[in-house]
Design a protein around this ligand. Structure first.
Ligand code: GTP
Ligand code: MG
Length: 194
C-alpha cells in the first residue's frame, strides 16, 4: 500500500486530463496552506510535489498516480492576493470547471490553515463542493504551529461555519513537518482505494 507514488503529469487545460480513469482524491485550498507539502509527507518523498514558502507555487493541476490504482491531485491554491485579477479569475474558473466536470473524484481534501481557520474563500469552496455533493474532509494543516491549548479553538472555528464535522472522522489535524494526522489520513485513503 502507498509504495509506488509517481508524478504523472501537470495539466493546464481540461482537455489534457489523463486518459486513465482511476478514482481520485483531490487536494484543494487556499494558496500556501500546505497542499503540496502534505503529498510529500504522506508518501515520505521529498520533492515529489514542488513546495514553496512563497504562495502560488502550484500553477497547474498536478496528477500523482499511486500504486497504479488511484490519483492524488494537487490543485493550484486559490486566492493568492499578489497575482493579477485576471490570473486569479483564470485559476478560480479552472478549479471550478475541474471540480464540476471530472467524474472520478472520490474525495476532496479541503485544506485549511489550522491557525487561520476558514476564510471567505474557504467558505466559497465549501459551498461549491457542497453544491456538487462531492464527498469532502477538512484537513487543518500546520498543526505543529498550534499550542495544545489552541487545538480546540481551531476545530471550533471551522465547526461553527461548517456543520456535521467530527474530529478524526471528517476533520483532521495534519502536520507535514511533524507527521501528525499522517496515519489517520493513510487509513482513510486505504479504506477508499484499496
Ligand atoms: P500553493 O502551491 O501556493 O497553493 O501552496 P501549497 O498549499 O501547496 O503550500 P506548500 O506545500 O507549498 O507549503 C507552503 C509553505 O508552508 C512552505 O513554506 C511549507 O514549508 C510550509 N508548510 C507546509 N506544511 C507545513 C506544516 O505542516 N508545518 C509547518 N510548520 N509548515 C508547513
Ligand atoms: Mg502547492
Amino acid at each position: 500500500m502507498f509504495e509506488n507514488p509517481l508524478f504523472l503529469k501537470s495539466v493546464y487545460s481540461l482537455k489534457d486530463l489523463p486518459k486513465e480513469k482511476f478514482p481520485a482524491a483531490v487536494l484543494c485550498g487556499r494558496s500556501n496552506v500546505g497542499k503540496s507539502s502534505l503529498i510529500n509527507s504522506l508518501f515520505r518523498r521529498k520533492g515529489l510535489a514542488k513546495t514553496s514558502s512563497s504562495p502560488g507555487k502550484t500553477r497547474s493541476i498536478n496528477y500523482y498516480k499511486i500504486d497504479n490504482r488511484f490519483f492524488i491531485v494537487d490543485l493550484p491554491g486559490y486566492g493568492y492576493a499578489r497575482t493579477s485579477f485576471e490570473e486569479r479569475e483564470f485559476w478560480g474558473r479552472l478549479i471550478k470547471e475541474y471540480l464540476s466536470s471530472v467524474k472520478n473524484i472520490r474525495l476532496a481534501l479541503h485544506i485549511i490553515d489550522s491557525r487561520i481557520g476558514p476564510t471567505e474563500l474557504d467558505m466559497q469552496l465549501y459551498s461549491f463542493l457542497n453544491s456538487l455533493k462531492t464527498k469532502f474532509i477538512i484537513i487543518l494543516s500546520k498543526a505543529d504551529k498550534l499550542k495544545k491549548s489552541e487545538e480546540k479553538t481551531s476545530v471550533e472555528k471551522v465547526r461553527v461555519k461548517i456543520p456535521g464535522l467530527i474530529l478524526n472522522q471528517n476533520i483532521f489535524f495534519y502536520s507535514a513537518a511533524k507527521g501528525n494526522g499522517r496515519n489517520e489520513l493513510l487509513r482513510l485513503l486505504g479504506e477508499l482505494f484499496y
